[in-house]
Design a binder for this molecule. Structure first.
Ligand code: CU1
Length: 237
C-alpha cells in the first residue's frame, strides 16, 4: 500500500516523536514556499516536509527549504499523486496537519499510533471519512495458548493493546485450552461472561478473537489449567 521509502519515513517519525521538544518560532506568512516541520528529538533535529502553500502548524517550528534543493520526500510525492483536486487536497492536508500536531504533541502511544496511521492513510490516498473511523487504526495482537514445548502458559503472559483493538488467542500445544476472565480482575462495568469463552479449543490452530473497548487491566486464566498456573494479563490503554 505504501512505498518502502514512505514506510521508512513514517516509522522514523513514529519512533522519534516520543520525547521531542518543539520550539515555537513565528515565520509569518510564507505562502508558496516549501516548509519543513522541525522536531527536536533528544537534541537531534528531524525535518518533516510540508506541501507547498502549507502554513507551519501552530506551536511548531518550521524551516524554509533552501532554493535549489531538489530533495523531495517520498511522502510528499505520494501526497501529490493522490490528491486529485484542490478541494480534497486542502481538506486532506488540514486533516494531515491535525494528525501531525497530535503526533508531535502526544506522548501517549495509542493516540500517536492512531494519528500516524490516519496520516499515513491520507498520504496513501485513503479518504478522510475512512481514516476517521475508529476501526481504521485498530490492531489485533496474538497470544499463544501453550508454549511450543507444551508448557501450560499463555505466551506472552502480558499483552498491551489500545481500546478498540482485538486479541486473537491461538491454540498452540498442550490443549484443550480456553480463555476465562477473572470476575474480580476486570474493569467495573465489563461483562465477564461476554468476553470469556464458553467452550474450549481442542484442535491446534483453533482461535478465539475478542475486541476490547474498555480501558483497564484484565486478568484471565485457562479453565482446565488454572491449577497449573496458566493465567495471564491483558492491559487495555
Ligand atoms: Cu490450558
Amino acid at each position: 500500500m505504501f512505498s518502502k521509502t514512505s514506510l521508512t519515513l513514517i516509522a522514523l517519525f513514529i519512533g522519534s516523536a516520543s520525547a521531542e521538544t518543539i520550539r515555537a518560532k513565528n515565520l509569518g506568512e510564507v505562502f508558496g514556499e516549501h516548509l519543513d516541520l522541525e522536531v527536536v528529538v533528544n537534541g537531534k533535529r528531524e525535518l518533516f516536509p510540508l506541501l507547498p502553500g502549507t502554513k507551519c502548524p501552530t506551536g511548531h517550528s518550521c524551516r524554509v527549504r533552501s532554493i535549489g534543493d531538489t530533495t523531495i520526500s517520498p511522502m510528499v510525492s505520494s501526497l501529490k499523486n493522490n490528491m486529485k483536486t484542490p478541494l480534497t487536497m486542502s481538506m486532506q492536508w488540514n486533516e494531515f496537519n491535525t494528525n501531525l500536531n497530535t503526533v508531535v504533541n502526544s506522548n501517549d502511544y495509542c493516540t500517536r499510533r492512531g494519528a500516524m496511521t490516519r496520516a499515513a492513510g491520507l498520504a496513501a490516498g485513503v479518504a478522510v471519512a475512512t481514516v476517521s473511523k475508529p476501526a481504521y487504526a485498530a490492531e489485533t495482537k496474538e497470544v499463544k495458548m501453550g508454549s511450543d514445548t507444551g508448557g501450560l502458559q499463555f505466551i506472552p503472559s502480558k499483552t498491551s493493546i489500545c481500546k478498540g483493538d482485538s486479541v486473537k488467542w491461538i491454540n498452540n500445544k498442550g490443549g484443550p485450552h480456553n480463555v476465562v476472565f477473572d470476575e474480580d480482575a476486570i474493569p467495573s462495568g465489563v461483562n465477564q461472561e461476554k468476553i470469556s469463552m464458553d467452550e474450549q479449543l481442542g484442535e491446534e490452530g483453533d482461535t478465539f478473537v475478542m475486541k476490547f473497548d474498555t480501558p483497564g487491566d484484565y486478568g484471565y486464566y485457562c479453565e482446565p489449567h488454572r491449577g497449573a498456573g496458566m493465567n495471564a494479563m491483558l492491559v487495555v490503554a
